[in-house]
Design a protein around this ligand. Structure first.
Ligand SMILES: C=C1C[C@]23C[C@@]1(O)CC[C@H]2[C@@]12CC[C@H](O)[C@@](C)(C(=O)O1)[C@H]2[C@@H]3C(=O)O
Ligand SMILES: O=C(O)CCC(=O)C(=O)O
Ligand SMILES: [Fe+2]
Length: 338
């Protein structure tokens, strides 16, 4: 059963919880334990001293801003096979956007190692600079994603340390890079007669990420919010010196529900452009999503049926952005939906 039920927003007030920030230059066993704790508690954490060279990030940011600053007609030329390419005002195949009348220009690149970011005709449209910036960025964040996945396996005491990362290292790993641009939007008014207009519009609606792991970075403009267990929305403070890392649906499955793939959304603001860059680390399409035996015990039996990423992706991409898709793969007789 699929339940399309956005979690409820707690009135206007927001909790101010700082996400755990993990310093990757610290003691390895301490780092791996901290990461496991953060993935269990929040499904999100920040990393500093992450090893992704500053010039690679700066070049990617510069090329992304240049791209979004181009005239619309020119950007539209790169609209190729969905979800890859440039898209405006819709997310996915069903035209989902935020709750408000927002437009989200975004650009999606293939992160598959074998194909490269700008394979076939894309190269002509994006230009040499964009392609080399994206390729270097993908290489560097893939390394970071693999390192984090190894640390997670260590923290979970799984003897096969590369059980998760090998899916990403595979030349056919089905990864993506998405650049999101949130232009400033006027504030929403609570009601027509009200002179108090103070609500930011939703730029990217509530959802979880379907892949294994997401490595997200934004400029210094806030907007990302995550949903806590009780349905409260918590804003994430932007910090360009860190990456924000989140557990995807597949990692929730591969840890047998120990890590949580947490719902999140992004709001626009009325004064400054926000730009985010997300690397979605996915496995090869034919990969069987297996749960390491250490994650299954008599008290914690397998929660999900076995499936391939192709099967999961097909189901996920046929749904709407906010739909809960993990329920489709729960073991028979299990009443839970996610
Ligand atoms: C409505 C949708 C957009 C999405 C594919 C989907 O059918 C459901 C998951 C969405 C998502 C969220 C994370 C990433 O931004 C994304 C590229 C992905 O892999 O899954 C998007 C998809 C998209 O924009 O096509
Ligand atoms: O822009 C953001 O901070 C979030 C974007 C996001 O969640 C996504 O691209 O899947
Ligand atoms: Fe996301």
């Amino acid at each position: 059963m699929v339940v399309a039920s956005p979690t409820k927003t707690h009135s206007e007030e927001h909790l101010t919880i700082e996400l755990p920030t993990v310093d990757l230059s610290g003691d390895r066993s301490m780092v791996s334990n901290l990461i496991v704790k953060a993935c269990e508690e929040y499904g999100f954490f920040k990393v500093k001293n992450h090893g992704v060279p500053h010039d690679i990030i700066a070049k990617m940011e510069k090329e992304s801003f240049n791209f979004f600053a181009k005239p619309f007609d020119e950007k539209q030329k790169v609209e190729l096979a969905k979800p890859l390419g440039y898209g405006c005002k819709n997310i996915g195949f069903k035209g989902d956007i935020g709750e408000g009348e927002t437009s989200l220009p975004s650009l999606i690149f293939n992160g598959t190692r074998r194909l490269g970011a700008c394979y076939n005709r894309n190269f002509i449209y994006y230009g040499r600079n964009v392609c080399s910036a994206v390729s270097a960025y993908i290489e560097a964040v893939r390394e970071l994603a693999c390192e984090l996945l190894d640390l997670m396996a260590e923290g979970l005491r799984i003897p096969d340390r590369s059980v998760f990362s090998r899916l990403i290292r595979d030349g056919d790993s089905d990864s993506l890079v998405r650049l999101n641009h949130y232009p400033p939007m006027p504030l929403l008014c609570k009601d027509k007669d009200s002179s108090t207009c103070n609500q930011n519009k939703v730029g990217f609606g509530e959802h979880s990420d379907p892949q294994i792991l997401t490595i997200l970075r934004s400029n210094d403009v806030g907007g990302l919010q995550i949903s806590l267990h009780d349905g409260a929305w918590v804003p994430v403070t932007p910090d360009p010196a860190t990456f924000c890392v989140n557990v995807g649906d597949l990692l929730q499955v591969m840890t047998n529900g120990r890590f949580v793939s947490v719902r999140h959304k992004a709001l626009t603001n009325s004064y400054k452009s926000r730009m985010s860059m997300a690397y979605f680390a996915g496995p090869p399409l034919n990969a069987r999503i297996a749960v390491p035996p250490e994650m299954i015990t008599p008290t914690k039996p397998a929660l999900y049926k076995p499936f391939t990423w192709a099967e999961f992706k097909k189901a996920a991409f046929a749904l709407r952005l906010g739909d809960r898709r993990l329920g489709l793969f729960r073991m028979e007789g299990d009443e839970q939906v996610a």
